[in-house]
Structures are given as structure tokens and as C-alpha cells.
Design a protein. Structure first.
Length: 231
């Protein structure tokens, strides 16, 4: 009888280990997919706004999702996984702060990258005149083409409206006829591709890691609680 019991125990132990391995792999796959959705959504929605181009209402909603909603989801949803852990004992994996910050950055800089693609695809060069300057915080120049067409949106300081520019000056700019992508002066624009790829990779890797840790804490607490009840 003792041999039978020990043999049964030996048969059970590998099965538990296999079950743990299955849960571990499932956690990685689940949180990898979740992190891809959050990071890809932040980058894709902000990038698509000027590229498609989307109407202003849809661009605003997409930017809100990209900069705020999806980054916050990448932080808060893994915390909600701790269903079994009492609220006062819950903790948050530090890795999850990375997708929050990276997602917000992708939302902002993804729009700039989308502007560059939009200008490359449908932009037109024109000679423009500065009709008004707004230097309240950073310089912005309201432009009008030499034949009288208004150019929207305004030219930002980073794209050519520097301190040396004044009302009445003439600039050669590439602008978006749809009035969505920001115009730029006649110069090469820096690409944010490597920077955005780095942010995306960091958000996915750290978000997956943090989500797996949250699931593990929840399962470990449940196992301890179950053991206490059985005892």
C-alpha cells in the first residue's frame, strides 16, 4: 500500500509541473498579445491620423486613445488581474511603468512621423509669406501662399519658424493641401523611425514581463490561501 501511495505521488508531481508550465506559457502569450495591442494602437492611431487623412473628430478621438487611454490600459489592466488578492495587499510590477510612458511618447511622436509620411505622399512645395506670428510660448507662423491661399496648420518653431523669422518674410515650405500635416521649411526632416521602434519594443517587452508577474502573484496568493483553508 505504501508503495502504491508513493508511486501515485511520483506520478502527480510531474503533472503539476506540466500544469505550471502550461500556465506560464499561457501568461506570456496572453500578455504579449495585450502589450502588442496597446503599443501598436498608440503608435498606429497617432500615425494614421495625418496619413489617411482622418476627419478632425476622428483624429481627436484617435489621439486621445493613443496618448492617454491605451497607455493607461497597459498599466491598469494588469493590476485588475489580481482578483484573488485583497485590495490592500495588491502591488504593481515596476515594469508596467515603461509601457505607460512609452505609449504616451509614441502617441506624441507618432503624429510627427505621420506628418512626415503625409507630406512625402501628398505634400506640395510653395513660396509662402508670414502673415502673423505667435511667440507666446514657442514660435508659430501663420502662412499664406504668394497667390493668396491660406496654409494650414501653422508653421512650428521646430519646422522653420525660428526667432529670425518676422512678419512679411518669405519662406519656401512643403505643405499639406488637406490641411492636416504640419508644414515644414525647405530642409530635410529628421526621421523618428528608430526612436519609435525602440519605444515600441520597450513597451511590448516590459509590458509582457510586468503582466506575467501580476498573474504569477495572483496565482501564488490563491495557492497559499487554498493551502491555509485545507490546513
Amino acid at each position: 500500500m505504501a508503495d502504491d501511495i508513493s508511486g501515485a505521488g511520483a506520478a502527480v508531481r510531474p503533472e503539476r509541473g506540466g500544469g505550471t508550465g502550461v500556465w506560464w506559457r499561457a501568461d506570456w502569450v496572453r500578455w504579449l498579445l495585450f502589450s502588442l495591442v496597446c503599443a501598436g494602437g498608440s503608435l498606429g492611431l497617432s500615425w494614421l491620423g495625418p496619413v489617411v487623412p482622418l476627419p478632425s473628430v476622428l483624429r481627436g478621438v484617435g489621439l486621445l486613445l493613443a496618448v492617454l487611454v491605451l497607455p493607461l490600459a497597459s498599466l491598469l489592466v494588469p493590476l485588475l488581474v489580481l482578483r484573488r488578492v485583497p485590495r490592500k495587499k495588491r502591488k504593481l510590477a515596476w515594469q508596467l511603468t515603461v509601457p505607460l510612458m512609452a505609449g504616451m511618447a509614441m502617441g506624441f511622436f507618432g503624429t510627427d512621423a505621420g506628418d512626415q509620411v503625409a507630406l512625402a505622399n501628398r505634400g506640395e512645395w510653395t513660396d509662402a509669406v508670414v502673415v502673423r506670428m505667435d511667440d507666446s510660448s514657442t514660435n508659430h507662423c501663420d502662412l499664406r501662399s504668394v497667390d493668396g491661399r491660406a496654409i494650414s496648420p501653422s508653421l512650428s518653431e521646430g519646422d522653420g519658424c525660428g526667432d529670425w523669422v518676422s512678419k512679411g518674410d518669405k519662406l519656401r515650405v512643403r505643405y499639406d493641401p488637406e490641411g492636416i500635416a504640419s508644414p515644414t521649411e525647405d530642409r530635410d526632416s529628421d526621421s523618428n523611425g528608430v526612436f519609435l521602434a525602440t519605444l515600441f519594443g520597450a513597451a511590448v517587452v516590459m509590458g509582457t514581463w510586468g503582466g506575467v508577474r501580476q498573474s504569477r502573484w495572483d496565482r501564488e496568493y490563491d495557492e497559499r490561501a487554498s493551502g491555509t483553508r485545507r490546513a
